[in-house]
Design a protein around this ligand. Structure first.
Ligand code: C2E
Ligand code: CA
Ligand code: CA
Ligand code: CA
Length: 279
């Protein structure tokens, strides 16, 4: 490290120490989180823009750490991506979601599709296919009720392996969503090459509605494009009526955001399901 004057260096290294100290323990403890039952799946509704009907949900993982308390996925997912433990987390979340779908069937609650965040690095380890098939069989899950969300960023990182993997997954009937759309090094050709079903417009765009004309043009263009290509489109992180009205006016089909619901526990979600129309 460079010393740009003594104080700067000291502050920098002190912050480094706290972060790397916490990250060291998070990394170590994460490896035990599954066997210690510390991970929990939350579900966030995806809602039909025009009817307010609950149509699907995204599974989002939570970690209840015995010492640090609730750790945000934005804190531990990058650590898991680095260590490779993200692969175990991904399989675990998938199995939990399949069990959830099964439990809906048992309780005679209408089953709805659930999306799961999958790190593209999952497809680099050659056990992924067997594991996926094993979980689907074991839980007797209809693959048509699943959607895998892949971020643009990881898609590009592992392009070669991902293309073949997504073809296989689509062949099973599982849908593919492109997550955080617009934040990566997006090339529109990905949409075609990877036969993406759904595009999720990132919250960083949605939050600029009524604030930036340029961003509004981008959103309108994306909505027009997805309509013409007959793709599904979801607006992420919708918080206000103003945002909702704009999206409605420009034909966005699906809404996900605090305006309807935060991510909730499975029990809370099943209560929402019986309401069927949110808000
Ligand atoms: P993401 O996939 O983009 O998920 C959406 C995030 O936006 C979630 O944060 C959700 O709680 C938050 N969100 C939804 N609506 C609103 C809103 O109206 N306002 C605001 N301010 N936020 C909203 P969360 O749950 O903290 O997850 C953060 C990220 O961690 C996710 O971003 C995803 O990239 C990653 N992640 C979460 N669970 C998993 C998982 O099981 N596997 C993998 N690989 N990544 C995961
Ligand atoms: Ca996602
Ligand atoms: Ca996203
Ligand atoms: Ca995001």
């Amino acid at each position: 490290a460079k010393k740009n004057g003594k104080n700067t260096y000291q502050i920098y290294s002190a912050t480094m120490d706290i972060n790397s100290y916490k990250n060291f323990y998070l990394d170590r403890d994460l490896r035990k989180s599954i066997e210690n039952n510390e991970l929990v799946v939350y579900l966030q509704p995806r809602v039909d823009t025009f009817t307010g009907k609950l149509i699907s949900a995204e599974a989002l993982v939570r970690w209840e750490h015995p010492v640090w308390g609730l750790v945000s996925p934005s804190e531990f997912i990058p650590i898991a991506e680095d260590s490779g433990f993200i692969n175990e987390i991904g399989d675990w979340v998938l199995e939990e979601v399949c069990h959830f779908i099964q439990s809906c069937e048992k309780k005679k609650i209408t089953t709805i599709p659930i999306s799961i965040n999958i790190s593209a690095q999952r497809f680099l380890r050659n056990d992924w296919k067997d594991k996926l098939i094993h979980i689907l069989r074991k839980t007797n899950t209809d693959p048509n009720l699943l959607e895998f969300e892949i971020t643009e960023r990881t898609l590009i990182q592992y392009e070669q392996d991902v293309e073949a993997a997504l073809k296989y997954i689509k062949g099973l009937g599982i849908k593919i969503a492109l997550d955080d759309f617009g934040t990566g090094y997006s090339s529109l050709s990905y949409i075609k090459d990877f036969s993406i079903d759904t595009i999720k417009i990132d919250r960083s765009f949605i939050s600029q509605i009524a604030k930036s004309c340029d961003v509004e043009v981008i959103i309108k263009t994306l909505l027009y494009m997805t309509k013409e290509l007959k793709m599904n489109v979801v607006a992420e992180g919708v918080e206000t009526e103003v945002q909702l009205d704009f999206l409605k006016q420009h034909g966005c089909k699906e809404i996900q955001g605090y305006i309807y619901s935060k991510p909730v526990t499975i029990e809370e979600f099943q209560a929402l399901q019986s309401e069927s129309i949110l808000k």
